[in-house]
Ligand binder design. Structure first.
Ligand code: SAM
Length: 316
């Protein structure tokens, strides 16, 4: 099928899924070392795109109907030019510009990020226990991250979501403490089921730590005053509880997840990545950009990547 459209009209892939968001991994570097990290499915990179290349790719994406940009990594806030990157993307007029961070540098950056047009942040933060935090991240930034979350809320980044990857025996009993922390500080708790991926260096971790999120959902169902399902967000469930809400991200390794996927990705070295779980169908943008190809040529490469999109877990 030809994915031909122009002038901001939404691209639909061969499985009738609209492509609405672009997740740009701007670095593979990180200042902590979470043992379970899937590195956004990206393998080691030789170089990173510069801010004007990221801007160019974002503009082409916008012209192909993409509405949302999320910056990720690695840790996006360790790039010294992060404010310039956010500023350039925000000026393009997307409906939503967001960032996923480990929160360690958020206290310093929140104000500037808000001023330059970032809408919201997700902060990966799995535990309030210093020992568990140290075990998961091999670092001692726990208090710094807590201050970062508070600062992000206080400058008006909204919503601030706390991403908690659930791990058996490590933090699965901490959900209500984490909910309380989020409630008190104006953040939303998002519980994520541990995912097994090839890019994780040690796959044994999955058998050791995986915890069935269904058990938590049963508890939430009993306590919730209301439950909403968010279509086009992989059918995520949002549970409304007294004084706050909890969102649940089900495992990605299922057909439902693939059916509702509306996302394209970019690797730090400028390759379009049609699926988190694959690295064999990337489409390079950076070489064409560096040799001076036109926006029309880049649009064609985007369309090639969209044509490459197929559900990792069949059948939709
Ligand atoms: N450094 C940033 C951060 O910490 O948010 C962005 C990169 S991190 C790879 C993006 C998200 O992926 C985080 O919310 C993290 O918790 C999640 N993640 C990483 N590995 C995972 C896994 N094996 N299962 C589930 N979620 C995972």
């Amino acid at each position: 099928m030809e994915n031909q459209t122009k002038n901001n009209s939404i691209q639909i892939d061969n499985f009738q899924r609209p492509v609405l968001s672009l997740r740009i991994s701007i670095t593979n570097r990180c200042n902590i070392n979470c043992f379970y990290c899937h590195h956004d499915g990206v393998i080691a990179q030789k170089y990173e795109m510069d801010p004007s290349e990221i801007e160019r790719i974002s503009r082409v994406a916008r012209n192909l109907g993409i509405k949302k940009i999320r910056l990720s990594g690695g840790e996006p806030l360790i790039r010294e030019d992060i404010i310039d990157i956010v500023k350039k993307i925000s000026a393009l007029g997307f409906k939503d510009v967001s960032l996923t961070t480990n929160g360690t540098l958020l206290e310093n950056y929140s104000e500037k990020l808000k001023e330059t047009g970032l809408n919201r942040v997700n902060v990966s933060f799995d535990t309030l226990n210093p020992q568990t935090y140290r075990f998961i991240t091999e670092s001692n930034y726990l208090e710094q991250v807590k201050r970062g979350i508070k600062k992000a809320v206080s400058v008006g980044l909204y919503p601030v979501k706390v991403n908690m990857v659930l791990m058996r025996g490590l933090n699965h009993e901490e959900i209500w403490d984490m909910f309380q922390f989020c409630k008190e500080n104006g953040a939303i708790l998002q519980i994520i089921e541990l995912l097994k991926t090839e890019s994780c260096p040690d796959t044994d971790f999955f058998d050791d730590y995986h915890y069935d999120i269904g058990i938590i959902e049963n508890q939430l169902m009993k306590k919730a005053t209301n439950v909403k399902t968010r279509s086009f967000m992989q059918d995520r469930k949002k549970y409304f509880l007294e004084g706050g809400e909890i969102e649940v991200v089900r495992p990605m390794d299922n057909t439902e997840f693939c059916k509702n996927c509306t996302r394209l990705r970019i690797t730090p070295d400028g390759k379009l990545k049609p699926c988190l779980l694959r690295n064999d169908n990337l489409v390079d943008l950076i070489e064409p950009i560096r040799r001076g190809d036109s926006d029309d040529e880049l649009e064609k490469l985007f369309q090639k990547a969209i044509t490459n999109r197929e559900p990792y877990y069949h059948k939709c």
